[in-house]
Design a binder for this molecule. Sequence first.
Ligand SMILES: NC(=O)c1ccc[n+]([C@@H]2O[C@H](COP(=O)([O-])OP(=O)(O)OC[C@H]3O[C@@H](n4cnc5c(N)ncnc54)[C@H](O)[C@@H]3O)[C@@H](O)[C@H]2O)c1
Length: 282
Amino acid sequence: MTITTVAVIGAGTMGSGIAQSFAQAGFTVRLVDVSPQMLARARGSIEKSLTKFVEKGTLPAAEKDATLARLSAHTVMSDLSDVDYVVEAIVEDAEAKRALFRELDALTPPRTILASNTSSIPIASLAAVTGRPDRVLGMHFMNPVPLMVLVEIIRAAQTSDATMKVAFDLCKALGKVAVESADRPGFIANRVLMPMINEAIYAVDERVGTPEAIDQVMKLGMNHPMGPLTLADFIGLDVCLAILRVLRDGFNDAKYTPCPLLERMVAEGKLGRKSGEGFYKY
Ligand SMILES: NC(=O)c1ccc[n+]([C@@H]2O[C@H](COP(=O)([O-])OP(=O)(O)OC[C@H]3O[C@@H](n4cnc5c(N)ncnc54)[C@H](O)[C@@H]3O)[C@@H](O)[C@H]2O)c1
């Protein structure tokens, strides 16, 4: 199956990065969002990111304009009749995603593969609302997408081998490395990462060390490029809390219970980088 035209639904942090990566790799990209403001913001951040690549010498200047020319912005989903592949990156809300997958199933040709960038919603539950469950899978990009190499490819019970192969080939074309994960809560990345972040937050709460000390130990002692609390601030403390709840509820296991300090910080609006304060001030 040859993929030439890709639709990315949702033009937020992830959708804009995903659209940029596909356009940079030569695909024709339709970026769709309900909000014209988000589309305009996405265009601005893509231009800024491409300019940085040109300044660093990793992208020829002519490629910047060519990449932007391959990208179009849409507020309605009407024109998806010729797309080969869709990546959904709207809000992390199971009902909103299921409604969108129903709509995508009606608007795209039956051959089109539908991928979700969800961090936590079971892919099988999205596949089940479509008439093509074998062509639905998870494609979990990492933030910031243009810089991060990993993509987790999530195989739902219904996903076919042919669909998995298309996704793996696409990742290669994007210059990324795909790793397969089963459709279990948190997949691989968040299943392993979030308990570590939660434990680091417990260590702050119990005054085992300051945030700086905990991050230094993990950076210098474990060779992590970024400490867990810096990373939590970057991801967003509200997002960390939501993922921990998904793990706790999905496995029905108290070991994933979010640290009370994390609950308090989110309630106080300390969400990390995006709100100006988390474990650090920005
Ligand atoms: N932020 C991260 O670090 C990260 C990492 C991996 C995966 N994810 C996942 O990616 C998805 C998007 O996350 P984000 O951080 O980019 O969110 P975001 O809030 O930045 O963007 C979501 C966008 O979706 C749009 N939207 C909402 N409903 C829509 C609809 N029905 N149709 C079209 N557009 C719609 C919103 O207007 C918004 O622009 C989520 O599922 C999230 O769990 C996020």
